[in-house]
Design a protein around this ligand. Structure first.
Ligand SMILES: Cc1cc2nc3c(=O)[nH]c(=O)nc-3n(C[C@H](O)[C@H](O)[C@H](O)COP(=O)(O)OP(=O)(O)OC[C@H]3O[C@@H](n4cnc5c(N)ncnc54)[C@H](O)[C@@H]3O)c2cc1C
Length: 517
């Protein structure tokens, strides 16, 4: 008879998780698979299909019911992404950003007024979220962003026409920004900003208008008539041409480096917000990656997410949540490449027999399968750990303190040395500020490392590239043809070890945890 110790190592999925997996699998098979080739060929972003997935609860899976989501566990979330990526990885990218990079920081750091305005339509898939951290001169080194945010208080509010909470220098528009603004002038405007025509004005979908956020926001001093002016250029913004809400990171105090970054909730209708050029990408062509240009973009102070200076912390916690989703995407895509390869190995004949009878092909298939299973195990374990500290019933997204336990501490080395090192190579100071309530969870057996999601992302993203390489090899010349599925998979896989933290940055996080534990 099994005792509770054995039960704790049960690897089976619950009936509910199986139902979610099978429902999404069937949807992707019937509604998406027949169109993928055409969508990728024409760079078509499948909004309608994403909206249908939203109706199934896939656009805000981790968001609690109180805010319009199904409030599911992280395993259910990765199962959904795996199934989507198995058919169309570009859709999985869109879903990953709106689910975790946008909604998790809202759950952890937004005021009640901000949550009630934005979470419901995001969770329902009425509009998508976008996450704007990367800039032309700052990717891995997030602390080096140059976008600025200058606080203005309306005349009469504080006795002066324009009062600044940060340094007066932070209103400077950088040369990059100036170039971006001029290049954007012809591309700004309505160009597909909303998820669907009926949500063209995202502020109509929320519970309250921005002015109402002002009166109901708490903890923000004198926000009623003040705003920030954002300037700068963001690049590679996934969903950027179609989102209804953008989390944008900009410096309120540039002289503080990473500690001077603040996060803002920006709607595409805010004055000074422009959509710039679309990236011409190697793969995932159905997923739009665009430039966002901020030209004195006027953001109500009530739309600041968290406190001034908390932005890097918010960004890094979002990215940590995102890594699990990217690992799920890698596993789903790799599984699809293996499925195609097995089919082809059975069907293709050479030297009078199927190529699957050659040991060389068998070994490739066996290695692909084994690596996928290893990545899946890492992925599910990371997802399990994400929810595990909350065995009492609450979930990570409800507990910003626990979410922070999994995030790398931001670097303030820019401040101390003036040098631009990786922002993800942590220094302890901010960590201690952000993690003051974490001491007990950090010492629990399940939380001694903060890098399970990094390990899953690192291994899965490199695994999928090895797997698609072999899939093309098994397909021979057919694998090099645009007609084959694996040719697209080969291109789609390449970016997975780059976005949401490159492999090198994941290794840095993992090694840092090893060395300080
Ligand atoms: C398709 C796509 C979608 C994206 N979506 C978004 C999005 O929605 N929002 C967003 O903000 N960004 C997005 N990005 C940007 C992405 O997050 C960055 O590309 C990524 O963080 C890497 O930054 P970088 O490209 O500037 O490379 P760099 O940071 O310039 O890195 C170049 C190389 O140097 C290495 N390197 C850098 N620092 C170190 C270090 N300290 N130690 C060792 N090696 C190092 C890197 O690993 C890499 O190999 C997207 C990118 C792509 C391609």
């Amino acid at each position: 008879m099994l005792n509770s110790t054995f039960a704790a190592m049960d690897f089976s999925l619950s009936d509910h998780q199986l139902l979610i997996r099978d429902t999404v699998r069937e949807f992707m098979r019937s509604e998406v698979r027949p169109h993928v080739k055409e969508w990728e060929r024409t760079d078509h972003f499948p909004l309608d299909a994403i909206k249908k997935l939203g109706a199934l609860g896939c656009c805000g899976m981790l968001t609690p019911e109180a805010y319009g989501g199904p409030g599911l566990d992280t395993i259910s979330y990765v199962l959904m992404l795996e199934e989507v990526a198995r058919v169309h990885v570009a859709m999985a990218t869109a879903l990953s950003v709106t689910n975790s990079a946008v909604q998790l920081p809202l759950l952890a750091f937004a005021t009640e007024a901000q949550k009630s305005r934005y979470l419901k339509p995001l969770a329902a898939g009425e509009f998508l979220g976008a996450f704007c951290l990367t800039e032309p001169a700052a990717g891995s080194d997030a602390a080096a962003i140059q976008a600025t945010a200058t606080r203005h208080v309306a005349q009469g509010e504080s006795g002066s026409p324009a009062a600044f909470s940060g340094s007066s220098a932070c209103g400077t528009v950088t040369p990059d920004c100036a170039l971006g603004v001029s290049s954007a002038s012809s591309t700004q405007g309505a160009g597909g900003r909303s998820f669907s025509s009926d949500i063209d004005q995202p502020q109509k979908a929320g519970a309250s208008a921005p002015e109402e956020l002002l009166s109901s926001s708490t903890g923000h001093e004198s926000l009623a008539t003040s705003h920030y002016l954002l300037n700068g250029t963001k690049t590679w913004v996934t969903n950027g041409s179609h989102a209804g809400l953008y989390i944008i990171f900009a410096k309120t105090q540039p002289e503080l480096g990473g500690k001077g970054i603040t996060a803002f909730l920006v709607e595409p209708t805010f004055p000074g917000f422009h959509i710039g050029r679309h990236e011409d990408k190697m793969g995932q062509r159905s997923s739009p990656s665009v430039e966002i240009i901020l030209d004195n973009c006027e953001v109500p102070a009530a739309n600041r997410l968290g406190e001034e200076g908390q932005g890097l912390k918010i960004a890094l916690s979002a990215l940590d949540g995102g890594r699990i989703g990217i690992a799920a995407q890698a596993v789903g895509l790799a599984q699809a490449a293996l499925d195609e390869s097995v089919k082809y190995a059975r069907a293709r004949k050479a030297f009078g027999r199927s190529i699957g009878e050659f040991q060389a092909i068998q070994f490739m298939l066996a290695d692909m399968h084994t690596e996928i299973e290893a990545a899946r195990a890492l992925l599910y374990h990371a997802a399990f750990l994400k929810d595990r500290p909350l065995a009492s019933g609450a979930r990570v997204s409800d507990r910003p303190d626990v979410a922070l336990a999994f995030m790398p501490a931001p670097s303030d080395s820019v401040v101390s040395s003036g040098a631009p090192p990786s922002s993800l190579a942590c220094l302890p100071s901010l960590w201690q500020e952000g993690g003051s309530s974490l001491s007990s969870s950090r010492h629990s057996p399940l939380a001694t490392s903060h890098s399970p999601s990094s390990s899953a992302k690192l291994y899965a993203s490199e695994m999928v590239n090895r797997v698609v390489y072999k899939a093309v090899q098994i397909h021979g010349s057919q694998g090099y043809s645009r007609e084959s599925e694996v040719e697209r998979m080969y291109r789609d896989a390449r970016v997975i070890s780059i976005y949401e933290g490159t492999s090198e940055i994941q290794r840095t996080i993992i090694a840092r945890d090893l060395l300080r534990s």
